[in-house]
Design a protein around this ligand. Structure first.
Ligand code: COA
Length: 645
């Protein structure tokens, strides 16, 4: 894609005189730069819409109230006692303090803070693990940081899902990953939902290896107790730092050693910073304090050899209409939807929009705009996704893909399609189905970054055609008023009556089902289950989208080009395993395991302090005649998605 664009630019350079005559703005604006000639949208709210605006506003305020309450609850982690235990007794920093030390500034993008809220197995604040994207030494990184105030940082099923999602974002956007590990391993009462399946805990370690092979760096800090599963995360990382007196790492802690061998051993002696730095070699950097550990991570990042350009200061105008008014435009239901361009005019630079196919398939709005200076293609629902609207969407998505322009989907899909009442209507429905399928195919195959923002409803089939979660957008956010469900409970007016052939229950049962559907459609229910990357406030949307667009651009400047990324693992298929890194991973796992076995059996360690890594590897090789392959051979041929969850 980039080559195509470069060829186009070269062609332009050669034909500049002609080109200048054809395009008078060529002198004023670089390709992709914020252009002030796009038409301005009229964003004034018609007086006839005021009552709808008022209703939406009241609904948004209620949703935001709930949002703030939940955010406050989440910020308290595991509660007062757990915080005291963590800070006073265990002498550790709270997870947000750690991030403050690690990141360049506080303007990081936190992902899914409501994950783990009100699940069948209880509340797990922030899924016991903070994830997000922030800058370290100017480089955007994905971070995954356990919150040990939540049940000792143990991993619940939702914590696994959250970490896998963060890793997927790291893979898709080629962002280096930093793990702050402070975890007691699996939350044992739920072990069956954590351990055996493909997308369970082990997948986190698998992804670390795959990312490393894709040259996406993996860095870890052991800043607490890392037991069992928690111990593999730093062991699989490329470079690991441990904090003295605070970080420990073992497959089973002192209580288990005591039970197995009767030996009393302190955590420090079993798997502390000194042991892992000097004896097992599982750790690469010893830090005397947490502060020193995060400083060390910053130094590691400086050795990554990234060629980032000077910070780009993009020129842009603010929208001409106030973002606060988005609260009155965020629909409380599909029937309360106001014209989409009113929302658009409050999101895009200078409220300027270069619309595409303005008169055709008008229930979908498509066109180009800028978000804080970034050129973006916009696909937005403005009614039902009809046959014409879907064809238009499909055309526009392909256009963006061809021009390497990221796409923003503003999703507010219709809760149900009208039932056909005649043969011709049924034929229309079939045609619409075909057109929607074409749009889905265009989206699935568009090799450009995509962001989906659900501004109203995310209902049924149309949500797929608007780049729902299963269509793998790089980021998917919801407004607090959003509803996510197959159908909208409020649009179900009739139920089968008792005595009907298809009757599925009495009135009270059906009422109960309707209430259940209603509750399960809320944005908070969705976000708690990680069906999205978080709820964002309407008035912050512009900032968040612009930040995502900046983050997604970084992959252009890394050691590997974007094209190689899309070529993906084809390149790896022919490659020999990276012996040095494999050696280290094998060695680390082997050494950790050996150490644990030795302690249990009270034998002299095989990998003692005097043994070099090379010798250890030779020992390992002697007992394993074949080198384990870095990637499974058949997986190589199947492309990138095979490795993403
Ligand atoms: N599964 C379920 N709950 C666990 C747990 C686990 N693996 N590990 C700890 N917890 C719970 C504790 O029961 C306690 O719950 P409470 O607050 O309701 O009393 C809470 O997490 C904090 O544990 P506590 O031991 O009081 O805190 P700590 O800071 O002193 O120690 C650990 C934290 C994780 C180091 C320690 O609890 C530990 O070693 N746990 C065992 C880890 C283990 O063996 N994991 C094996 C996984 S396969």
């Amino acid at each position: 894609m980039w080559t195509l664009q470069n060829n186009f630019c070269n062609l332009i350079k050669k034909t500049v005189p002609t080109f200048k005559c054809m395009f008078p703005h060529y002198n004023k604006a670089r390709y992709g730069q914020y252009i002030k000639t796009f038409p301005i949208l009229d964003g004034s709210i018609p007086s006839v819409c005021e009552h709808v605006f008022e209703k939406n506003l009241r609904n948004s305020e209620a949703c935001i109230q709930r949002y703030s309450e939940l955010l406050y609850k989440v910020s308290k982690g595991g509660g007062e006692n757990a915080i005291l235990r963590h800070t006073q007794r265990n002498k550790k920093l709270l997870v947000r303090e750690r991030l403050r030390m690690l990141l360049d500034d506080e303007s990081f993008l936190e992902l899914s803070p409501f994950a783990g809220f009100d699940l069948p197995y209880g509340d797990v604040p922030a899924a016991g693990c903070l994830t997000g994207i922030g800058k370290i030494c100017g480089v955007w990184c994905v971070f995954m940081a356990n919150d040990a105030t939540v049940k000792g940082g143990t991993i619940y099923p939702i914590s696994v899902k959250k970490q896998l999602r963060a890793q997927h974002i790291a893979i898709q956007n080629r962002l280096l990953s930093v793990y702050l590990v402070d975890s007691g391993g699996a939350f044992l009462p739920l072990q069956a939902e954590l351990f055996p399946d493909q997308s369970h805990g082990g997948r986190i370690f698998y992804n670390e290896a795959i990312m490393s092979a894709m040259k996406i760096p993996q860095v870890a800090v052991v800043c607490g107790s890392c037991t069992a599963g928690g111990a593999y995360v730093p062991t699989m990382a490329e470079e690991t730092v441990i904090v003295d007196k605070i970080g420990t790492m073992f497959l089973a802690g002192p209580p288990l050693v005591k039970a197995a061998t009767g030996e009393d051993i302190s955590p420090e002696d079993l798997g502390g910073a000194t042991l892992h730095s000097k004896v097992s070699g599982c750790i690469d950097h010893f830090a005397s304090s947490e502060e020193a550990a995060y400083e060390c991570v910053r130094n590691i990042i400086l050795t990554l050899n990234y060629e980032l350009p000077q910070e780009e200061t993009l020129e842009y105008d603010e929208p001409l209409y106030g973002a606060e008014e988005l609260l009155g435009l965020a629909p409380q239901g599909y029937r309360y939807t106001l014209p989409l361009k009113l929302i658009l005019s409050r999101l895009i630079d200078g409220s300027r929009f270069q619309e595409f196919k303005a008169e055709y398939g008008t229930t979908l709005v498509t066109g180009f705009a800028h978000m804080e200076g970034h050129l973006v293609g916009i696909v937005a629902n403005n009614g039902e996704l009809t046959h014409d609207a879907s064809l238009k969407g499909s055309h526009f998505v392909q256009l963006c893909s061809q021009r390497s322009i990221p796409i923003l989907f503003l999703q507010n899909t219709a809760p149900h399609a009208a039932e056909p009442t005649s043969l011709s209507q049924a034929e229309n429905h079939t045609n619409r189905l075909k057109a929607q399928a074409s749009m889905m195919a265009a989206i699935a195959c568009a090799a450009v970054p995509k962001i989906t923002l659900v501004i109203g409803g995310s209902y049924g089939n149309e949500s797929y055609a608007m780049c729902g979660r299963s269509f793998d957008p790089n980021f998917l956010f919801l407004w607090p008023n959003a509803r996510v469900a197959l159908v909208d409970s409020r649009h179900i007016s009739t139920f089968p009556q008792a005595g009907d052939d298809d009757c599925i229950g009495d009135d009270s049962e059906l009422k109960f089902l309707k209430e259940k559907l209603d509750q399960e459609s809320s944005a908070f229910y969705s976000s708690a289950r990680l069906w999205d990357d978080g709820i964002i406030l309407p008035q912050n949307s512009r900032k968040v989208i612009a930040q995502c667009l900046t983050i997604m651009k970084q992959q252009k400047y890394q050691i590997k080009s974007l094209q190689q990324y899309w070529g993906g693992l084809k390149e790896l298929a022919g490659a020999r395993p990276r012996k040095r890194s494999k050696e280290r991973e094998q060695h680390k796992a082997h050494a950790a395991h050996a150490r644990f076995v030795c302690l249990l059996l009270k034998k002299t360690p095989i990998c003692g302090a005097g043994t070099t890594r090379h010798q250890q590897w030779s020992t390992h090789r002697d007992t394993h005649s074949e080198e384990p392959p870095l990637l499974h051979k058949e997986s190589h041929q199947e492309g990138l998605t095979k490795y993403c969850l």
